[in-house]
Design a protein around this ligand. Structure first.
Ligand SMILES: Cc1ncc(COP(=O)(O)O)c(C=O)c1O
Length: 421
């Protein structure tokens, strides 16, 4: 299970120069017309499209090497086990974890956070301990902590954001003066695009004697994340936003913490011995992967990481930011547009509203132009409350987006203004 990371990295030493037009051809859905028009997919922050390499890997996992893992002595089961374990090693190398067993496969990022809140939270936190969150968390990084509050009596402290969408670092420092045992903080806001100063946030949490969980859902697909350098205690991300299959997410945890945590779910595959009197549990990561996992999904996520590692992530990021900032500039030039999220450091998404139309109406009109955006609260209702709105329109950019997508968005917005303005 714990293959050395250099085995997983060996295949990707020569990089393919990143060319968005050529990369677009790797994603079959992008060639699919919508209402007879070319698709402009601007909803990667919700879930990314899949390259053919991922689709093939999932198909082959079922069509060529399929069997249940970790159990069979026969050829196919061993092949499937090897592929599953190799996927973990590839992903561990991608985020520079110390070892593959620090990564737990989950259904999604939500399950990863629930796992920590339930397992770590109930064992190590008690009444009166404080958990610090930010006002810009996704609901997935709020509700599990509320459940923990209701179960054990921890206190939740929320660090506010300002009107640009920046985290109020002074309030964070003040919050850490309390009896803080855990910080749960986003690396990049899915509603505003804010990239938080996470290295400093982690350092301050540790200086205050607290552990920290980082929600990296919106960061891992776009920029190199080095978990050893960051030194977060827990770090979660979604596989499906990383160009991998749905039903995949990852929890990274420092080995000593995972080792000390009790199981989250129990049953097959996560035990060492079972008698009716007593059960002993397997080592991590198996201890946290009860039952048959999403074998093909994990293999597909490994293929997604292989796909990304052909490129230099810095080139992908530079391209995505160029397109996103181009779209932002065009939107800013329109009087009626109000942009939400103007932090100094931000990722490749733009959240905005129009005076004349509701986000859902904007989304519907854009849809008829084959421009796929997200409209609503983006599972971040406290952010919407901060700005006194019910929702925004969010255009989010992945590696396959180009300025043509941004131009289609702007043309669609002009159409909305003609209709509603
Ligand atoms: C910042 C952030 N955190 C958590 C999640 C939840 O991810 P998942 O749907 O994979 O559980 C999302 C998904 O939109 C997100 O953007």
């Amino acid at each position: 299970m714990n293959k050395p990371l250099d085995m997983a990295t060996a295949a990707t030493t020569v990089k393919r120069a990143f060319d968005p037009e050529s990369a677009r051809k790797d994603f079959p859905v992008l060639a699919r017309p919508i209402y007879g028009k070319p698709l402009h997919f601007l909803d990667t922050a919700a879930s990314a499209q899949k390259p053919q390499a991922v689709i093939d890997a999932v198909s082959d996992a079922y069509g060529i090497d399929y069997a249940n893992i970790h159990r069979g002595v026969y050829y196919l089961s061993q092949k499937a086990t090897e592929a599953y374990d190799a996927a973990r090693a590839k992903i561990a190398a991608f985020v520079n974890a110390r070892e593959p067993s620090e990564l737990i496969f989950t259904r999604n990022a939500t399950e990863a956070i629930n796992l920590v809140a339930y397992s770590y939270g109930r064992k190590f936190l008690k009444e009166g301990d404080e958990v610090v969150l930010s006002e810009m968390e996704h609901h997935a990084n709020i509700v599990p902590w509320q459940m923990l509050r209701d179960a054990v009596g921890v206190k939740l402290t929320v660090v506010p954001i300002d009107d640009a969408g920046e985290l109020d670092m002074e309030s964070y420092v003040t919050a850490l003066e309390g009896n803080v045992k855990l910080v749960a903080m986003t690396h990049m806001s899915n509603a505003l695009g804010t990239v938080t100063p996470i290295a400093e946030i982690i350092r301050l949490a540790h200086d205050a004697g607290a552990k920290i969980l980082v929600d990296g859902c919106q960061m891992v697909p776009h920029e190199t994340v080095d978990l050893q350098a960051l030194d977060a205690d827990f770090y979660v991300f979604s596989g499906h936003k990383l160009y991998g299959p749905t039903g995949t997410g990852v929890l990274y945890g420092k080995k000593d913490l995972l080792d000390a945590m009790p199981p989250y779910q129990t049953g097959g595959d996560m035990i060492r011995t079972v008698t009716f009197a007593k059960t002993t549990f397997a080592e991590v990561p198996a201890r946290f992967e009860a039952g048959t996992p999403h074998i093909a999904g994990a293999i597909g996520l490994g293929a997604a990481v292989d796909y990304l590692r052909q490129f230099d992530m810095a080139e992908i990021h530079a391209h995505e930011m160029e397109v996103a900032e181009y779209a932002r500039g065009q939107l800013q030039a329109i009087n009626q547009v109000r942009i939400y999220g103007e932090a100094g450091r931000r990722g490749s998404l733009v959240s905005f509203g129009l005076d004349c139309a509701h986000p859902h109406d904007i989304g519907t009109i854009l849809d008829r132009e084959a421009v796929a955006i997200r409209a609503g609260h983006h599972c971040a209702q406290p952010v919407m409350e901060h700005f006194g709105i019910s929702g925004t329109v969010r255009a989010s950019f992945g590696l396959y987006n180009t300025k043509a997508d941004a131009d289609a968005l702007i043309a669609g917005i002009r159409k909305v203004m003609e209709i509603f303005g």
